[in-house]
Design a protein around this ligand. Structure first.
Ligand code: 5GP
Ligand code: ZN
Length: 118
């Protein structure tokens, strides 16, 4: 399953099993794992199995992967009983806090979440 991965990308290395991760969910399109520095009782990262840097760089052909990441987040939230209120977040660009340039959906929940975010 190492197709479409980038040799220097940390999340591609997680996909290839070169860096350990705590797996939460996996299907044909996506892989989900616990964030190493959780910001909420549930803080899961959902990533497409195909490497692309982020939403800015996404192409029309990536639409299904992006949608599948969100559907996987919804399924994880259902399984964890956090459906009273959770948040899915894409940080897009360094100015919004993006630090890993392989698209990832943050799933945050298990506590109350204020709005607007910082
Ligand atoms: P960003 O800041 O790009 O939106 O989110 C990157 C996220 O990846 C951060 O929440 C950070 O804690 C997480 N992260 C970075 N490196 C690793 C890692 O090696 N393993 C895991 N599980 N999470 C990581
Ligand atoms: Zn990658």
């Amino acid at each position: 399953m190492a197709n479409d991965t980038d040799s220097s990308c940390i999340f591609c290395r997680i996909l290839r099993g070169e860096i350990p991760s705590k797996k939460v969910y996996e299907d044909e399109y996506v892989y989900a794992f616990e964030d190493i520095d959780p910001k909420a009782p549930t803080h899961v990262l959902v990533i497409p199995k195909k490497h692309f840097a982020g939403l800015k760089e996404a192409q029309a052909e990536d639409a299904e992967a992006i949608g599948r990441c969100h559907l996987a987040a919804a399924e994880i939230a259902r399984r964890r009983n956090i459906e009273h209120g959770y948040r899915t977040v894409l940080n897009v660009g360094p100015g919004a806090g993006q630090s890993v340039f392989h698209l990832h959906v943050h799933l945050l929940g298990g506590r109350s979440l204020s709005w607007p975010p910082g």
